[in-house]
Design a protein around this ligand. Structure first.
Ligand code: FDA
Length: 389
């Protein structure tokens, strides 16, 4: 059986729901198709169940893309403050945790319910648990064959996200659709992801040790946040952030004690105590012991020469490491790369070469920092496509 709507949206995640709500409330007939049985699992698990739904400091500079200007138009048309207004209009509370990151007081399910209510307000038809069988271009638009029925539409919005966390529904369908229509893709890679170490660099016995304030640098990019040692390498917000910029073979430089002036620190420390006792004031004890053991016998501070102390200080200020890789899509928060922004209008997210075909959210070559930026991109890009599809 063939059904006719104006807009078919594939993917009922963050960007797809925002697009369906916007297009539907504008009066367009919309069907929202998703192969998952449960709605918006990524929103549900986000922010540790509290959904870090946007960031107060959202700016174009917080996104990585081959064209760093691409995000500007969508972010301007639908900003973090627009989304905050929607959250407030549904009576939801929120709080800033750190660095402008806003979390929902009522938890992620409340954000899903809010978006669902907005989609319902626009009258979109829901088709969950529905697989896409094929997509064809027709004279008037597109034919989308699904496991339930066939839809004819004038606009097709691809909102099926990236490759991260396959067990909750991620597939490469969005990238396959781009390829089908000869739309170029930027190379894909896991991003916002823990990094792994070469065996000789592993500190597996230190797994679980967190260092609260570090600067992690890769090339010219650096982030100042916590890191966490793991069984396989290193994680924590500063590492997730830098992972989006890290390329195979690049070295990371980690300052484990950015604010410590070691000349003053050694001068104020008890010279008769073990050096580890002094250092345990500024770094986790387990780390200090393992680190100093690598320098030989652990001695009282006074038995280290100024040269040795300077070398130890340098080692904490500049821990240089070449990761072996990342833990991959099973743990990555997002996928870097995707539909080449050159192929899309930044104002509408419509393909420049295939009229009526739109790409929104993570499937596009736009990767935000950790901290609510990726959802903001989903809301902004979904909104502008919804206005124009
Ligand atoms: P999204 O993944 O949300 O939706 C895609 C939809 O398409 C899914 O419903 C999927 O089932 C469907 N789909 C996929 N393949 C399909 C197919 N073949 N057929 C039909 N449907 C298909 N960001 C942030 O800003 N703040 C945060 O707190 C977090 N936290 C977070 C935690 C974890 C663990 C992860 C993995 C990710 C985050 N993120 C985040 C990132 C954020 O979840 C992500 O950027 C957005 O969900 C992207 O929105 P999209 O709508 O593009 O994809």
């Amino acid at each position: 059986m063939q059904n006719v709507v104006e807009v078919v949206i594939i993917g009922a995640g963050a960007a797809g729901m925002m697009c369906a709500a916007t297009a539907g409330q504008k009066g367009r007939s919309v069907v929202l198709i998703d192969h998952a049985t449960k709605l918006a699992e990524k929103i549900r698990i986000s922010g540790g169940g509290r959904c870090n739904f946007t960031n107060l400091n959202t700016l174009a500079g917080c996104y990585q893309s081959e064209n760093p200007h691409f995000v500007k138009s969508a972010l301007k048309q639908y900003s973090q403050f627009d989304f905050i207004k929607m959250v407030e209009s549904h009576g939801l509370g929120y709080h800033e945790k750190t660095l402008g990151q806003l979390f929902c007081d009522q938890g992620s399910q409340a954000i899903i319910d809010m978006l669902k209510a907005e989609v319902d307000l626009g009258g979109a038809i829901w088709r969950m648990d529905t697989a896409i069988i094929s997509i064809q271009k027709t004279e008037a638009g597109f034919e989308v064959v699904t496991s339930r029925e066939t839809w004819l539409c004038s606009s097709l919005v691809v909102a099926c996200g990236g490759l991260s966390i396959p067990p909750i529904g991620a597939t490469g369908l969005g990238f396959e659709i781009a390829k089908q229509f000869d739309i170029p893709l930027m190379p894909l890679a896991p991003a916002l992801v823990p990094l792994t170490f070469q065996p000789q660099d592993l500190w597996a016995d230190l797994a679980g040790v967190a260092i609260e304030d570090t600067i992690v640098k890769c090339g010219h990019t650096e982030f100042r946040e916590a890191i966490l040692l793991t069984h396989k390498g290193v994680s924590g917000p500063a590492i997730l952030q830098i992972s989006s910029y890290w390329r195979s073979g690049d070295a990371l430089e980690i300052d484990l004690v950015p604010d410590v002036d070691f000349d003053a620190f050694w001068a104020a420390a008890n010279r008769d105590a073990l050096i580890t006792t002094a250092l345990a004031e500024i770094l986790p004890k387990r780390l200090v012991h393992a680190w100093l053991a690598a320098w030989g016998e652990i001695k009282p501070l006074k038995q280290y020469s100024p040269k040795e102390r300077a070398a130890i200080a340098d080692s904490f200020h500049c821990w240089r490491i070449i990761p072996s890789g990342s833990v991959g899509y099973k743990k990555a928060e997002v996928t870097r790369g995707g539909v080449d922004t050159q192929a899309l209008s930044s104002k509408t997210m419509e393909s420049r070469q295939v009229a009526g075909l739109f790409f929104v959210g993570e499937v596009v070559d736009v990767t935000g920092w950790l901290g609510g930026y990726n959802f903001q991109w989903a809301w902004s890009s979904g909104y502008v496509a919804g206005l124009n599809c």
